[in-house]
Design a protein around this ligand. Structure first.
Ligand code: NAD
Length: 484
């Protein structure tokens, strides 16, 4: 695959502009420089927020049906550019094209389309009183939204925020992660082509602390912040945003459990577990890297799961036979390896993986780790408590339902988990008892965009999706109408 070079720009007030020193963008699979992006400072953030404030005056008053038309064109362009966008994600993230071409880009388009339609079709509520008065509820655009996204699934998360924010009449400044600025830049090009008015959608590149991210969260012109990223970053943003009491929606880290009961369809359980363990190299907030298997099928499951893991091909993201791509950066690879080294110094056992695979040049310079399966850990071990964010999972046996519920809940995170059983009663009981924002029963990752999405405990604040996002992205107003 010929290596491109991307000269990323900010997108402010309908124009692609430079501003601030340039930083390099690396291809995770080889660590070669594949582009540069400008680091926005206060000036760029000010310009973007001012443009968004000006555009808000007309965009917020544009009928939802007209906003829908332009957003639909944007979504259509995303679909038409599927091949280019899929490749862009691989250059940006190091994820395999195989995963990118399995519904990933259509989902990005759907994030825009769904909310464009929803804003037109959703109703409101009314409360007629005994005295003949009527209270009715209006949902109105709030203002300028700061959308701050992480590096692991850049375009999916950007559109997950852009869709509802824009459909409900807000204007936005998107700050993509510094490690993956390509996707937001491509999306801005398509939004521009679709005819989104200048200033409605702005992109400012840069870093977090003392950079574009922080300046955006401090900015008095920003009314709401939708942030996805690490829990610690969420805490920092909350502290800053408290000064001006901005509205916050946080989607943060995760440490999901994958509970496999003895009555589960074992072949299916292995397939689901492969995805919930290793999709996106395990760099997934929704991943369920704590596999908990009921004792009667523990040995059998481990044998099948390890065999399936060994069969995964690690390598060139553009080779369609590759299953596992590269981790985002050398520092992140070392961080993930740190957890594996911790296991080597304990009584736990690595059944497969844990090594950097031997790959031909230029991939020998990439951030690769073989998918890793570990047994014999204690639930209190760091590797079972902290977010590893790599292709590393632990597998442990359990006996009783109550026991596994306690283990699943025994972490500070609560984003999502997987539950595999053919017993409906058990599925209902355990799904209700575990403290996670999303529970998949006998599947993984599938979700209706009308359903709420977000995390319990340290995994987030608030819910987005369907009318749950409406609460966040609009100002809810009660009008009390007298009958006299
Ligand atoms: P991160 O928190 O380091 O960075 C996320 C974004 O925040 C980046 O754009 C970064 O520049 C910006 N940022 C950093 N410090 C900031 C500050 N002080 N003020 C303002 N902005 C700041 O996260 P990451 O390493 O890019 O992403 C990985 C994390 O994201 C993992 O913890 C993962 O679980 C989480 N995540 C959660 C979800 C979810 O839906 N809950 C989805 C994907 C990723």
């Amino acid at each position: 695959m010929e290596r491109p070079f991307f000269t990323v720009q900010h997108y402010i007030d309908g124009m692609f502009v430079d501003g601030g020193p340039r930083f390099e963008v690396f291809y995770p699979a080889t660590n070669e420089v594949i582009g540069t992006a400008p680091e926005g400072g206060r000036a760029e953030v000010d310009a973007a927020v001012s443009a968004a404030s000006r555009a808000f005056k007309s965009w917020s008053r544009t009928p939802a049906a007209e906003r829908r038309l332009v957003l639909k064109r944007f979504a259509q362009l995303i679909r038409e550019n599927e091949a280019d966008l899929a490749a862009t994600e691989s250059w940006d993230v190091g994820r395999t094209m195989r995963e990118n071409t399995h519904g990933y880009i259509p989902r990005i388009a759907a994030n825009i389309e769904f909310f464009a339609d929803f804003a037109v079709t959703h109703g409101s509520s009314a409360y007629p009183m005994d005295n003949g008065y009527i209270n009715y509820v209006l949902h109105q655009p709030v203002g300028v939204a700061a959308l701050i996204t992480p590096w692991n699934i850049p375009m999916l998360l950007a559109t997950w925020k852009l869709g509802p924010a824009l459909a409900w009449g807000n204007t936005v400044v998107l700050k993509p992660a510094e490690l993956t600025p390509l996707g937001a830049w491509k999306l801005a090009q398509l939004a521009d082509q679709a005819g989104l008015p200048p200033g409605v959608f702005n992109v400012v590149n840069g870093f977090g602390p003392e950079s574009a991210g922080q300046y955006l969260t401090e900015h008095p012109g920003v009314r709401l912040i939708s942030f996805t990223g690490e829990t610690t970053t969420g805490k920092a943003i909350m502290t800053v945003a408290a000064q001006s009491l901005k509205r916050l929606s946080f989607e943060l880290g995760g440490k999901g459990a994958n509970i496999i009961f003895a009555d589960a369809d074992l072949e299916r359980a292995v397939n689901i577990s492969m995805r919930s363990s290793f999709f996106n190299q395990g760099e997934l907030c929704l991943a369920a890297p704590r596999l908990l298997v009921q004792r009667p099928v523990y040995e059998q499951f481990v044998e099948k799961f390890v065999a399936a893991t060994k069969a995964l091909k690690v390598g060139d993201p553009f080779d369609h036979s590759s299953n596992i791509g590269a981790l985002i950066a050398p520092e992140h690879l070392q961080r993930v390896e740190g957890y594996v080294h911790g296991v080597r110094n304990s009584t736990a056992e690595i059944l497969t993986g844990g090594e950097r695979p031997l790959l031909p040049a230029p991939f020998d310079k990439g951030n690769y780790l073989s998918p890793t399966v570990i047994v014999g850990t204690q639930h209190s071990d760091r590797i079972c408590q902290e977010e590893v964010f790599g292709p590393v999972v632990t597998v442990a046996p359990f006996d009783e339902e109550d026991e596994v519920v306690a283990i699943a809940n025994g972490v500070s995170y609560g984003l999502s988990s997987v539950l595999q059983t053919r017993d409906l009663g058990r599925a209902l009981r355990v799904a209700a008892a575990i403290e996670f924002g999303t529970v998949w029963v006998n599947d993984f990752f599938v979700r209706d965009l009308r359903a709420p999405f977000g995390g319990a405990k340290q995994s987030g604040i608030g819910r987005e999706g369907g009318h749950y996002g409406l609460e966040f992205f609009t100002e809810t107003k009660t009008v009390c109408l007298s009958n006299v």
